[in-house]
Design a protein around this ligand. Structure first.
Ligand SMILES: [Zn+2]
Length: 127
C-alpha cells in the first residue's frame, strides 16, 4: 500500500511547501507551526514508513538524516560546510544501474548521484 496516512500526508505537505530537504526535527517544527499536534517519535516512525514506501529519500549531512521528496529528479552538489545544495543540471535517469537492479527483482524507487564540496559563499569564507 503506497497511500500515506494522515501524519505521512502532513510530512509530505511540509516537504512540498518548504521545497528543500529537512531533518526530522525541522519537519516536526513545521508541522507544529501549522497547529498540528504530533510527537517527534511519530514523525520519525512515519518518515521510516514513507522511506519504505519510496515516497521520500534520505541523505546524511553533518551526521544528520535529511529527508526530501523522491519526485526530485535533480541531482545536487552538497556543500560540506553549510549543507547548501546546488542543482547540477544533470540527471541520472538513463543510468545503467537501475534497469540492472530491476531485472534482479529489486524495486528501484530512486537513485542519486551525490557531489560534495564547497559552495561559493563558503569558498570565500574559507582561508
Ligand atoms: Zn556552503
Amino acid at each position: 500500500m503506497k497511500t500515506p496516512n494522515h501524519s505521512q500526508a502532513n510530512i509530505l505537505k511540509v516537504l512540498e511547501q518548504t521545497k528543500k530537504p529537512l531533518s526530522a526535527q525541522e519537519i516536526w517544527a513545521e508541522i507544529q507551526k501549522q497547529g498540528q499536534k504530533i510527537g517527534v517519535a511519530t514523525v520519525y516512525r512515519n518518515l521510516e514508513s514513507l522511506k519504505i514506501k519510496g515516497l521520500i529519500q534520505i541523505r546524511t549531512v553533518h551526521n544528520q538524516a535529511i529527508y526530501s521528496l523522491v519526485s526530485e529528479k535533480q541531482n545536487f552538489a552538497t556543500c560540506l560546510q553549510c549543507g547548501e545544495r546546488t542543482p547540477l543540471g544533470i540527471s541520472l535517469a538513463q543510468s545503467v544501474e537501475a534497469p540492472t537492479l530491476q531485472s534482479q527483482a529489486f524495486e528501484v524507487y530512486y537513485h542519486t548521484l551525490e557531489v560534495f564540496g564547497l559552495c561559493s559563499p563558503c569558498q570565500e569564507r574559507s582561508p
